[in-house]
Design a protein around this ligand. Sequence first.
Ligand SMILES: [Zn+2]
Length: 223
Amino acid sequence: MRRVDRRRVERLRRRVIAMGVSFASGALVATLLTDRLERTPMQAEPAAIATTGSSSPTVAPRAAAIEAARLSTADAIGVLAGRDLEIPVQGVKATDLHDTFNDARALGRRHDAIDIMAPRGTEVLAVDDGTIAKLFTSKAGGLTIYQFDPTETFSYYYAHLDRYAVGLAEYQRVRRGQLLGYVGSTGNASETAPHLHFAIARLDTDRSWWKGDPINPYPLLAK
Ligand SMILES: [Zn+2]
C-alpha cells in the first residue's frame, strides 16, 4: 500500500471511530432520558402526557409538524376546530358532554381532559383521521390509545378502555369514526362509573407521544 493510501485509510478509520463514539453517546443520552421519564411518578388521573415509555417512529411530514408547532395555541385550536372532530363515544350527543378540563385532580394537577360517561362496552370511535402512535397500559389510565392526527401536530388520548378493537395495532392508519375500542374502567376509574377519559395535546416538535401542550377537547366536541 502506498503511503498516501495508508494516510487516507487512517483518516477514514478515525472518522468511523468518531462516528461510532458520537452514535454511542447519542444512544446513551436517549437511554438516560427514557430512564428519567420512566422514573417520573405516575399521576393519579391519566393525562394526555404519559410519564413513561419510549419514542415511536412516525411517518407524516416533519416539516408540516414543525410549521404547526410554531402556531399560537389559539391558532392551533382554530386548526382543530376546522377538523370537525367526531364525538369519540358512540351515541353520545354534544349536549351530553360536560367541560371537566379545568377540574382539580390529585397532587394539585389539572384534569386536562374530559370524561365522557357511558355504559361499559360502548364503542369508542376515532375523533379524526390519523395514525395509532402508541397502545399503552398505565396505572392511572389503564388501557389507553395515543392517536396522532394526519399532520402529526396533535395527539388524541383515549383512556380507561375495557379493551381494544380486534386487530388494532401501533402505526396503523385509522379514519375518523373508526372503532378503536370499548368504554371501560381500567386504571384508576371507578368500577361503577365506566367512562372515556379523552384528551388532546399539541405535540412538541419531536412528536413524542407522551409529551405536548394540553388543549381542551370540550369546545371542539360540544359544537
Ligand atoms: Zn378523566
